[in-house]
Design a protein around this ligand. Sequence first.
Ligand SMILES: [Mg+2]
Length: 367
Amino acid sequence: MILHIDMDAFFASIEQAINPRLKGRPLIVGSRGNRMHTVVCAASYPAKALGIHSGMPSKDAFSVCPNLEFVAADQAKYIWTSEQIFELLKGYGFSLNYASVDEFQMDIQGYPEPLKLAGKIQEQIYANFNITASIGLAKNWLLAKLASKINKPNGVTLINDTNFKEALSQAPLSKLCGMAGKTGQILIARGLKTCWDLYLNLPEFFDENPGKFEEIAIGQELPKSISHSYTLPMASQNPRFITAWIRLLSEMVGERLRHQNLAAKTVHLWLNSPETGNFLGQRTFLRETNDSYEIYLRALKIMAGKPKKGHKIRALGVTASGLSRQTYLPLLIEEKRREVLVKAIDRINSRFGDSSIYPAQVILTRK
Ligand SMILES: [Mg+2]
């Protein structure tokens, strides 16, 4: 049996836990600090009750509710809390998986009292973090995730053979994982309204559906690092030329990371100068990434101040290490958009050849 834990209005709840004045208030967490020019990335339950939801421009949210409380997103805080919850859940000794920053899946196969366990987990999360979670229980992760959404907030829902039809008939199709977007819209346009309608048309979708859980949880050997380097035909001291090369190498590293579904926390930069020899710098960041542009920005941070003016560079390299299977999904709307863009570019490049689309800056390396 799978137990799916989904934190309720996670970012908003964390903010309310920290600042009790916000408790019970309609509150939005904005992607950015500018309250009128950002996007809602989380809404508290009183805000949700007014029709405010994530993805909405904050301006619209304020026009619905001028007294709305506003907090700018603080990702480090949310990730930290998420990691603490993960540690707490690990203590139960079951196989555990990060489904997203605020969702966790536990495989509790064979455990005799799953509902009791769910209640205990809720209590412990509340006692430790002063926030609530909704928990779904079912035979596979898809149904468990659906179950977690049925009684929100602070609910526990079990879908088993006895209530299967009832639970699915009451759940709108859009609540099912994978049905919030286009696929769901097409099916809804064809007249499928509830999850039960989908079951009648496509029952195999609901039984042992390709275990996303196993897929992520299986511990395969990860490569230690991914790296690309290049020796310039002639040593150069032109900073624009050098950064263009760093950009290109970052692109190549990022593409290989994404291809293998990996992300890196540590970026290394290697510069070789005929005058001063090797410079090797590395930095580890809080969030892993496989976005080439982000890798490039991180490499630039490492480079800051090097090479000294006038020093020539002969060879350079970018390396990503601290690799993991990507566990965090993008948190903020801007990051989600960015991910869609990166994926689209990867698709175009894999279809039409590797350099069909590349950053304009890279042109400098082709002269
Ligand atoms: Mg949630």
